[in-house]
Ligand binder design. Sequence first.
Ligand code: IVH
Length: 700
Amino acid sequence: MEKQQIKKRIEKLKKEISRHRYLYHVYDKQEISDAASDSLKNELFKLEMEHPEFITPDSPTQRVGGKPLDKFKKVRHSAPMMSLFDAFSREDMRDWEKRMERIMPGQRFDYFCELKLDGLAAALVYEKGKFSLGATRGDGAIGEDVTQNLRTVEAIPLALRRPEESELVKIGLPKPARNKFYAALDKGTIEARGEAIMTKKVFNELNRKYKKEGKPPLANPRNAAAGSIRQLDSKLTAARKLDCYVYSLITDLGLERHEQELELAAVLGFKVLKYNKYCKNLEEVLAFHGEWEKNREKLPFHCDGVAVKINQLSLWPRLGTVGKGPRYIMAYKFSAEQAVTKIKDVVWQVGRTGVLTPTAALEPVAVGGVTISRATLHNMDEIERLGLKINDTVIIERAGDVIPKVIKVLPKLREGGEKNIKPPADCPICGGKVVKAPGEVAYRCVNKNCYAVNLRRLTHWASRKAADIPGLGPKIIEQLAREGLARDISDFYKLTAGDLKPLERFADKSADNLAKAIAAKKEIDLARFIYGLGIRHAGEETALLLAKQFSIFNFQFSNKFKISITEIIKHYQELKVEELERVEDVGPIVARSIYDWFHNKYNLALLDRLEKNGVTIKPLEWRGKPQILAGKTFVLTGTLESLTRDEAKDKIRKLGGDISSSVSKKIDFVVAGAEPGSKHDKARKLGVEIINEQEFLKML
Ligand code: IVH
């Protein structure tokens, strides 16, 4: 290619890449795949490497890089970057409107509502349409030059888009304003201001990564955004994947309404929030606020209120500013995300690597619309830093999407019943030894299998043949275990929708659904209950036989509808190994295993917790029903057409029959479906009666 051709190609590529950036960030439209877009960037990068004379600062390849700075240069803002006055109630908002009415009697106010993002304010200056300066707020008059860092943020255009005149007409710019605009874009300066933020998704991803790498986590998305912008090495900023939304144009372009400013910002290539809304009166403003106060969790970023602005720009200078901020904008905050509550207990969860992490069990408390019953405590050092004791009154904070944290102890409210918090001597999950390696903060369980074995226990309990909790599958269980929400099976019955909502993969609805599903399964069939405990050698069949034994032994002549866990404990505490061996199909090994399980203090404590958390037991369903299959034992083989194997087993059991997995002379019937296996042959050899599906159904 000739030099001129290469230059042209570079220009074309830059334009096309910018166009896709614009469509993607401003309109959420993706015309080409990420891979295609990367390949355009690659081609541009290669051409520029071969011809560095054609590299311009607004090239998309110039977003990353730059030498680390020693410190930031100070810059004076073209106009002060002020703060906002806060309102916390409808009354505050009505008072605000009244104050403005007093200044401008008879004036009607139109409003424009914007979600108030919680990040770091940024001034973005464009000379002749090219990004020339990015600055922080600083003290309002003088900020820090963070241009290099802001250049790495894809949401910020490096060059402004040049809109067609028709686009300006559509926004409602009259001819003189259009001319003024093009002059500022082509020859002058345009300044926009906005908020650089970190989305919840990026925040969570980074924190997961940091956790894996053993680095300290970022405190919250706001601090993370602010910290990222103020990095001296712009490569670090780039790695933080920030986002940026513009909320005002500072340059006077002769517009009439604030709403138009934002429309203009969007056609220039800035990201503008799509949730913003024009409101014709204060009532609509209050409704907008109410709506988002309720739904703020669903937003992809942290938002702390609504910035309510007078829409008519001509009124801004007339209303003027007082002290720290303008009279024509009000920050109507959402209700606090902090609350005061008591620490009931500290529970220790065991992570994949055996590390024990403390979690505070709280007196349930409403924070920003959801009920919270636990908070993370990180480690023993954090407990010491806070000076925390059990029964302390504390301030907890729910920062956006993250699990609530204890931020402060209120020692003046102590009543004398506080207890020191000590790391456990034995692992609370497996009873294994707990050690603290010298120089490490963490305490660990030395049993390498502790976490995995526990996960299997939890999954087994929730499975279809045991407690049968829909929606509580292995993935969710692993997530709950990781978050310390499911240390053992009793914890399932403590989960509230409020505990689940902040977790990844959960929305309001799915959190509510799971909490409801668990609550609906608090009453468990006795056989399922025994099976769910996961006692060694006590499979489905044994559990059923044990359940029968329990029922006959305890109340064969009574009409009980509910069994308490206390009764179960009592029964097995009193039962000798020999007595257990007398249960059909229970040999010495099985009997010993059951006996040991019910004589282990951890298991008994677990049963206690299950009872405390509201789990009750239903006696066997066969009681009171015709027992036409009583005393008969079935073996199932092959595939049945009209019902699944589990359904068939269920039917047999409900009618008093038993099921065995192997054929012997003691078996009464072998039910043979399609393609029966070796059991069929064995039955024939032993002379056991074989029936087909039709005969079986008839029998039922
Ligand atoms: S208007 C005079 N609009 O909130 C200042 N600010 O508490 C004009 N903020 O420093 C600001 N979202 O960084 C405005 N939609 C929004 C905003 C917003 C977030 C930040 C801004 C400001 C701070 C004031």
